[in-house]
Design a protein around this ligand. Sequence first.
Ligand code: MTE
Ligand code: MO
Length: 369
Amino acid sequence: MTSAPAKRADMIVHEQEPYNAEPPRAALAEHVITPVEVFYGRNHGTMPEIDAGAWRLRVGGMVGHALEFSLAELQHRFAPVEVTATLQCAGNRRAGLMAFRDIPGQHPWGAGATSTARWRGARLADVLTACGLDPHATDIAFDAPDVAPEADPPQPFGGSISADKATAPEVLLAWEMNGEPLTAAHGAPVRVIVPGHIGARSVKWVQRITAQDHPSDNFFQQGAYRLLPADTDTARTRPGDGVALGAVALNSEILVPDDGDELPAGPTHVAGYAFAGDDRTVVRVDVTADGGATWVQADLDAQPTPWTWRFWHARVDVPAGGVEITARAWDSTAAVQPEHAATVWNPKGYVNNSWPTVTVTATPTGDVS
Ligand SMILES: Nc1nc2c(c(=O)[nH]1)N[C@H]1C(S)=C(S)[C@@H](COP(=O)(O)O)O[C@H]1N2
Ligand SMILES: [Mo]
């Protein structure tokens, strides 16, 4: 039994055990690099407390020589690098899908199942090179010790990424987050960080890495984190059905104002994040407060690295009354977010990247100057 992680008191806790929680919009909006006590937590099983001194990472499969590393060996043998990257759960914004059609047994994540940190560790590519990675390996699989009761059959968490992605310079075996040693809740002593891919591929508490010629057969690669057609009979799905989720789709959220806020009518500061995975970047965000009759182009902040979200902000004229504020983002391939949750609804509730909306009550100011 692990203790709850040290998080801000205002976290929205979907489940205490295993710990699943997201920060409220306002807390996420405060920093482009999310403080650890604000960073969302997503767990499929009880978080393990691992003795860093006894921990070993075993690397094997399609390699010239299987090797085992202690934490000290990882830290001294490989040049440490820092990558600022956003993690985004595939279930982020699921509540918007559930509002269209319910998704029983899944957490109703809001805007906050995503956060950004500075990660420091060894390049996975360097570790694989040291082991003599076989060029015929197509997939790199990760295994952790935490057992997920929801898996069918119950099994430890795991998953895989392509060998191409695994050998890209941004993919890390990280032991530090925001300049501090990783906390137990975020995967200590070492986790995988796969920038630009769904959070599930950034396996925490990693203890085995396997080079192979097929994707991981772990439940979270073959049974979950797959996009199924809306009309799928989920009682009859089989491992491998649907599409495995990897690179993060273009998405955005409004963080300021919060849903349900009361504010004076008139020019209003609206802010949020937008994110596009892998080699895509966010190039434009529009905001409307009049049902799409007029759109204001938001100012885009600089991205700390290509692997992070982009904060944006706009001044939008909000009329008096109950008002929906809606945003939409474009990426560098000129793709735009889909308008309706209904378009993207899927049985497990992944990748809701439809236009984000908050509803506010704007009171007339009476100021006509
Ligand atoms: N071992 C292990 N790694 C894991 C998970 C898990 O349950 N067990 N959850 C994954 C999912 S679904 C996400 S979104 C991220 C969340 O990382 P965080 O808890 O550090 O925010 O971790 C991923 N890595
Ligand atoms: Mo996730």
